[in-house]
Design a protein around this ligand. Sequence first.
Ligand code: CTP
Ligand code: MG
Length: 229
Amino acid sequence: MQTAVIVLAAGRGERLGGKTPKAFVDLAGKTLLQRTLDNLLQFSGFGWLQPVLSASDLSLYAERVSSGDPRVARPVIGGAERQDSVAAGLAAIPEEFELIAIHDAARCRVSAGDVARVVEVAERSGAAVLAAPCRDTVKLVEDGVVTTTPRRDRCWLAQTPQVFHRSLFAEALAKAQAEDFQGTDDAQLVERLGAPVQVVEGSPGNFKITVPEDLALAARLLALEEAGP
Ligand code: CTP
Ligand code: MG
């Protein structure tokens, strides 16, 4: 199956703070979006990379991201919610791409190995997500009081890429839109159809840059990696 990836970069990065939109924040000399695209391009199975940006960031993209590889498409404009940005990205991808990966630009440390594994499982099964097993015990809480403690061995932290057969995801997205449901990830929309979503163990290093500490940690890890063993 021909495979495309939607690269979501239309958020503002409010929790990160600062003036620069998150995707264009510098990490050791490159923007987060540049690092994300460079890492995704390492996976030769992607024939189309579809950046999704905020309209106000198009000039930043032109200035700070070099997309020399012809697989990187012209960016499209996202929407107010992440799910709207996903819909905009999907609409821009030619129909011949029947396997669709969705990735947060804020996960700039994604590895080609993890991408290859989740794409392979999704191609076979219809839907797969990268996730990391929970290290901590998870509590479900209402009004400050624990309601449930799910078994830790059943708790996983969802990452991206999340990868789907296009027809399945398009149906899931249409249902969510019709019912005014906003998910916090993409797999949820497919789960609501009752379709199974496979979990592929990813690495904890594929964390999302969300708060300033995440950026500092990513910089430290990069420095360690560059220093070598
Ligand atoms: N995103 C998007 N369109 C939106 C909202 C989010 O494309 N309307 C993207 C972000 O750019 C990010 C990814 O979805 O790469 C994950 O979202 P998140 O980490 O929440 O990023 P932001 O929404 O930018 O951050 P914050 O919630 O702190 O403002
Ligand atoms: Mg957000």
